[in-house]
Write a protein that binds this ligand. Structure first.
Ligand SMILES: C[S@@+](CC[C@H](N)C(=O)[O-])C[C@H]1O[C@@H](n2cnc3c(N)ncnc32)[C@H](O)[C@@H]1O
Length: 516
């Protein structure tokens, strides 16, 4: 056998799988599958297939997902830095596919870090609607925010919260919710041997407690007629079918929308639930709930080309015409906003909360207003772009947001919206996420680099480049001097500032190309 597996896990799988066990064990000798998913916020699926530096083979359950050879390094190409694709394990692409996100949806990704599935949801939204992406682990939300920004997402809010606290402020707000639950990770042992070693610590029992709590709250976040997708990357029935049956018994208005037995999804295992119930008095499910779990979907490493996954679509039977929490909130927001701009005044001192003197003199409000004006001036002069939502300032930072900022008060907000830039000494400095989200036709000045030329990597390493005036493509009557959107083969990577034949590099230090 190629990798070490916990003996207790082997015993359990043998008992559960019976005749299938040998084929299952053989899958651990097969190589793991590598995948990338095209980021259609930046490039169409067809265009990417035309320019892909790697040989691509379609993943059956995801239109924009492709197997790549295990020996290529997709993280070492300028297209990765331009956010053209996300490197993702093939089976991990399935939960968002079955959530069936449409432009305009209000989607919550409750356990989102580092953001693979959030970037997939954002691509499906195509900039329309709302994505609230959350993780309870503050360290992991840093990677989540970075991925949202690298992939050019304009309509997301990033939170670092418990599901309960989100439900307190946004009850019944979302029409689609993804719970990619923390789990014991049994399906990832082939991909990541450390997961096998840590299996005892991330025990099935501990994970069940977290999953149960998260599922319990999710129902109060969903609008009538909405959909919850629950997924794990583990095999144990306790974390999968048992969680679903328990949820169904507690929420009679929900049903499983069957996917098991369709396409690549093997059916759920109601027989395993019956067995659990017989062996352990802690488990008790209704007959109906047990039967419904046949509609859950399982991806098995010995049946498909990918790792182990469990996916279930839970549909709320409520009438879609019933007003959702979102409709109440939206009405309140519309009646309370005079124009498209909003000044957030009661921020903490560090990020701009007014001190007593400012509050009474109105000085803080003036500063925020000035920041807004300097952003609007920049946008009018330098961009050709129409962003959804409203502009807000948090201290010196300017964001565009699609959610009423007053709703987020009291929550730990990592990004209140799309971070467009910072105002320093009265001047608006565009952010890197703004550049990453732009298409060349939305910027006044563009420099095109080629992925075949070393200049592209030199730019990504943070080097200053010598660039002749005639290489800066200017729109209308713009002059080459100023902020330039630096692109690779037509796709934005970041900013540079051009003056007299020199392009000052604005690519942020923490994002740069490392190594050769
Ligand atoms: C399987 S990972 C998510 C992977 C992510 N969906 C992706 O595709 O990149 C599970 C995540 O759940 C988070 N988590 C654990 N308990 C949570 C809770 N109660 N509320 C929200 N997130 C939680 C963990 O910090 C972890 O990042």
């Amino acid at each position: 056998m190629a990798i070490w597996l916990p003996p207790l896990f082997i015993d359990r799988m043998q008992r559960l799988l019976g005749d299938e066990f040998d084929a299952f064990m053989k899958s651990y000798e097969a190589p793991k599958y590598a995948g990338i998913r095209v980021n259609t916020l930046k490039i169409s699926n067809e265009q990417f297939r035309d320019i892909s530096p790697f040989a691509l083979r379609q993943i059956p359950w995801c239109d924009t997902g492709y197997y790549i050879q295990d020996d290529v390094k997709p993280g070492k190409h300028p297209y990765y830095y331009a956010g053209l694709y996300y490197i993702q394990e093939p089976s991990a692409m399935s939960p968002v596919e079955v959530l069936q996100v449409e432009p305009g949806d209000r989607v919550l990704d409750l356990c989102a870090a580092p953001g693979g599935k959030s970037t997939q949801i954002a691509a499906k939204l195509q900039g329309q609607g709302v994505l609230v992406t959350n993780d309870i682990n503050s360290e992991r939300t840093k990677a989540l925010a970075k991925n949202i920004e690298l992939y050019g997402v304009r309509n997301a809010v990033v939170l670092n919260e418990s599901p309960e606290r989100i439900a307190n402020v946004l009850p019944h707000f979302f029409n689609k919710i993804l719970i990619d639950a923390p789990c014991s990770g049994e399906g990832m042992f082939r991909k990541d041997e450390d997961m096998a070693k840590q299996w005892a610590t991330h025990s099935v029992e501990k994970c069940m407690l977290m999953q149960r709590d998260i599922l319990k709250v999710a129902a109060s976040l969903l609008a009538p007629g909405g959909t919850i997708v629950y997924s794990t990357c583990t095999f144990s029935p306790e974390e999968n079918e048992a969680m679903i049956a328990e949820f169904l018994d507690a929420h009679e208005e929900f049903h499983v929308m069957p996917i098991g037995g369709m396409g690549s999804f093997a059916p759920g295992r109601p027989d395993w639930l019956k067995q659990l119930q017989e062996e352990d008095p802690e488990f008790h499910f209704s007959k109906e709930a047990i039967e419904e779990t046949a509609g859950c979907g399982r991806l098995w490493p010995h049946l498909i080309e990918g790792e182990g996954h469990f996916v279930t679509v839970l549909k709320h039977g409520g009438d879609r015409s019933e007003p959702s929490g979102y409709e109440f909130i939206e009405k309140h927001w519309k009646s309370n906003r005079a124009d498209r701009t909003y000044v957030r005044e009661e921020q903490k001192r560090k990020s701009g909360r007014p001190n007593k003197k400012e509050k009474h003199s109105g000085q803080r409000k003036d500063t925020a207003q000035e920041h807004l004006e300097s952003y609007v001036g920049f946008a009018q002069q330098e961009l050709d772009i129409d962003l959804p939502g409203i502009t807000v300032t948090y201290g010196d930072h300017v964001y565009q947001t699609v959610i009423d900022p007053s709703l987020l008060q009291g929550l730990k907000v990592v990004r209140p919206g799309f971070y467009t830039g910072t105002v320093k000494n009265g001047r608006f400095m565009p952010s890197h996420p703004l550049a990453a989200a732009l298409h060349p036709e939305e910027a006044k000045r563009v420099l095109e680099l080629s992925s075949d030329h070393p200049e592209a990597i030199r730019y990504l390493k943070g080097e200053t480049l010598q660039v002749d005036r005639d290489r800066i493509l200017c729109k209308g009557n713009a002059e080459p001097k100023g902020y330039v959107l630096v692109c690779v083969d037509g796709y934005a990577m970041g900013w540079g500032k051009w003056l007299d034949g020199i392009l000052k590099n604005e690519y942020p230090a923490g994002w740069r190309w490392m190594g050769a």
